[in-house]
Design a binder for this molecule. Sequence first.
Ligand code: C2E
Ligand code: MG
Ligand code: MG
Ligand code: MG
Length: 285
Amino acid sequence: RAKADVAHHVCYYDQSMDEVVRARRSLASDLKAALDNNELDVHYQVQTSVVTSQIRGFEALLRWNHPEHGFIPPSEFIPLAEENGLILQLGEWVLREACGRAASWEPPYKVAVNLSPAQFVHADLAKLIIEVLMSTGLPANRLELELTESTIFQDKERSFSVLRQIKALGVNIALDDFGTGYSSLDMLRSFPFDKIKLDRSFINEAEENLQAKSIIRAVLALGKSLDIPILAEGIETKGQLTLLGDEGCDEVQGYLLGRPTTFANLIETGKISLVNKGEISLPRI
Ligand code: C2E
Ligand code: MG
Ligand code: MG
Ligand code: MG
């Protein structure tokens, strides 16, 4: 009887695995068409200074509106794109889109773009970034690239060398989801980051959990002594905002300050306006 159970279990397991695999495959092939079919969009989420309450910039977040399944979160389709290599095209598209938009923003806020591991390993990232900055006209210091430890984990040597080239252009480099990886502190020693983004999970528990609060304090102190600004991710309540402000956090991002939203909405709500192209003055010689 035990054997039959096992057989039944294995059979059941196989079938459901099969379905999962098939669903993933079909989603992955849909994603290939998504770019051409205009199903992708970039939303922007505001990043704010704690002290002055002024907007510092916006993080670009990829969105996929699937014709049948509707909105699919990045946590589902980014891993698929990373598996099938499509992330190179998607990543380039987001970069172009975000830099192009940001070049038209008034006032001149920064734009932060997320990067995936493959973009370091399989592409000439520095070359791409130079080309995108040139073609969009966005000044290098208004672009920030967000990466996690796992982004550069595949090939640390190569990634750091690429990062140094990019930073030399004047582009900002931010360490995303800080505190969730295995070697966060080692990362800080290896590269002069321009910003550290403290992971949302610590902010979530900041008010109830003493440990989380202690870790936040320690990271803020670390930022001060390394002279790297800290941004707290995932601020949802006034209490969290006050706490982070009291502890000396530099920047905040989260639903309380603003949800990720379309470019059109940023304009409608007056967060940004567009530069009058006619007034762009060329450098005088
Ligand atoms: P991330 O880079 O850490 O982005 C922040 C995520 O937190 C976003 O999720 C944002 O919508 C969400 N968030 C912001 N404020 C709050 C809050 O107050 N509460 C909660 N619960 N969540 C908040 P999203 O847009 O679903 O993106 C998830 C992840 O997908 C991103 O995490 C990033 O790792 C990845 N991703 C998104 N767009 C891109 C992209 O263009 N390229 C790459 N490589 N990855 C991307
Ligand atoms: Mg990010
Ligand atoms: Mg993050
Ligand atoms: Mg993340």
